[in-house]
Design a protein around this ligand. Structure first.
Ligand SMILES: NC(=O)C1=CN([C@@H]2O[C@H](COP(=O)(O)OP(=O)(O)OC[C@H]3O[C@@H](n4cnc5c(N)ncnc54)[C@H](OP(=O)(O)O)[C@@H]3O)[C@@H](O)[C@H]2O)C=CC1
Ligand SMILES: O=C1OC[C@@H](O)[C@H](O)[C@H]1O
Length: 394
């Protein structure tokens, strides 16, 4: 059987680009996908073509892969089917627009943009040009997320009334990051909400919104603790109310994120970071919320079902350091970014223009929630990265 080959161009060569590129080398057959394959055919670095060349070696790209010293050259490469945008949040809008304008399909790292207006503009452009666009919210494509959504829609939990969701790291900013680091630098759209809070929201949304027949945007109240040195949020908590048209009444969610204390001080084994609570039982998902490896279903009828969720490899899982003293997975594992890459391959093979497990509309609703949260506390980022003007030199 001939396989559908997806030819990737990688825009930027930092930490996550390396993980993603290495994960692309994991044979899709190891995850029972026998009809697709991935190949990195080009990479671009804004620093130099040499840096792009080094990157291509790091991710074991074929010798024929092209190395570019500018993003513009990459988007003009006719051999590239899709571009993975792996720059900081601040740059997603400008970089993704560059790709779309050049007629390229895009997988853009989370958060899709800095604000909803930018997300809306990208979606409009992608639709005008009939191109594929997806936010790289990898967790949505992990088998554990597919399972969690099925548990909810199957009715096993009864009516889901409440979700607690936490994605926090134990990296107090004053000792963990210098002020220029993307986690705390406002010029790179730093802060807990856009970087980490989006995962807390992902779990809330994929259980209370994605699973609904007629999903309604939530209302939101929030608290922010500012990191005074740079002005970004270091801890944010959201209280969301999801109206339901089914007559079941509103569902509540608490989504929280922060840099000061981790979701679980013991490496993700003891305390769940996600609790999906229904009238018949609860599904617990253990940290880290962005790459969970364990779940526990507890039902009122006495059922207890604990599951492990491995990430086949060998890939980037054991090699990629998360920047806060940890790595993503045990020796020999993949990181798990290949599942979102597979979704892009299937979408392009089938002619779809969006991902299945998070539509562009849903990405937009989540951006609006994050806008509201920031708005409630007057948390603004520099105008040149909040603007929808294009092109703007950053
Ligand atoms: N899915 C996940 O698990 C993760 C996702 N991410 C997301 O990936 C994105 C990038 O994060 P990460 O790879 O950790 O960041 P890095 O700082 O490691 O890399 C970012 C890269 O972007 C390019 N870049 C272009 N302009 C700038 C600029 N002004 N300042 C800094 N970098 C610039 C550089 O590549 P070059 O010089 O080659 O152009 C740089 O290496 C973020 O959106 C983040 O949210 C991050 C970590 C994990
Ligand atoms: O997306 C992410 O997930 C993992 C974290 O380590 C990282 O900061 C974040 O960007």
């Amino acid at each position: 059987m001939s396989k559908f080959q997806l030819k990737w161009g990688i825009l930027a060569t930092g930490g996550i680009a390396e993980s993603f590129g290495r994960d692309l080398t994991v044979n899709p057959e190891t995850r029972d996908r026998n009809d697709i394959e991935h190949v990195v055919v080009a990479a671009a670095s804004s620093s130099s073509a040499d840096r792009a060349k080094k990157y291509l070696k790091e991710v074991s790209a074929p010798d024929s892969a092209k190395a570019y010293g500018s993003y513009k050259e990459l988007v003009e490469d006719d051999n590239v089917d899709i571009i993975y945008v792996a720059t900081p949040h601040s740059h997603h809008y400008q970089n993704t627009m560059l790709c779309l304008e050049a007629g390229k399909n895009v997988l853009c790292e989370k958060s899709l943009t800095v604000n909803a207006a930018q997300a809306e503009a990208l979606i409009k452009k992608a639709r005008e040009k009939n191109l594929f666009l997806m936010e790289a919210l990898w967790t949505r494509y992990h088998p554990i997320s597919v399972y969690a959504r099925e548990i909810v829609t199957s009715g096993k939990l009864g009516t889901v009334e409440r979700v607690f969701s936490d994605n926090s790291i134990g990296a107090p900013p004053e000792t963990s990051f210098d002020d220029k680091h993307r986690m705390v630098n406002p010029d790179l759209a730093g802060g807990a909400l856009l970087d980490l809070g989006i995962y807390a929201l992902t779990w809330v949304f994929q259980t209370l919104y994605t699973t609904q027949e007629n999903p309604q945007p939530p209302t939101v109240q929030s608290a922010i603790r500012t990191y005074e040195k740079t002005g970004v949020d270091q801890q944010t908590t959201m209280l969301l109310t999801f109206p339901r048209s089914s007559g079941e009444g509103d569902a509540h969610a608490i989504a929280t994120t922060g840099m000061r204390v981790p979701s679980d001080p013991n490496g993700g084994l003891e305390a769940p970071s996600i609790r999906i609570q229904g009238t018949k039982g609860e599904l617990m998902v253990y940290p880290p919320a962005y790459r969970p490896t364990r779940s526990k279903l507890v039902l009122g009828d006495g059922t207890v079902d604990q599951k492990d969720w491995p990430h086949p490899g060998p890939g980037a899982g054991s090699g990629f350091k998360n920047g806060f003293g940890g790595s993503f997975g045990p020796e020999g594992e993949g990181m798990g970014m290949f599942w979102e890459a597979d979704e892009c391959a299937y979408a392009l093979k089938e002619g779809r223009k969006e991902g299945r497990y998070e539509t562009l509309e849903e990405s937009l609703v989540i951006m609006r929630v994050m806008d509201q949260v920031r708005g409630q506390h007057g948390f603004k980022l520099p105008e040149k990265i909040e603007t929808t003007e294009y092109p703007v030199e950053l």
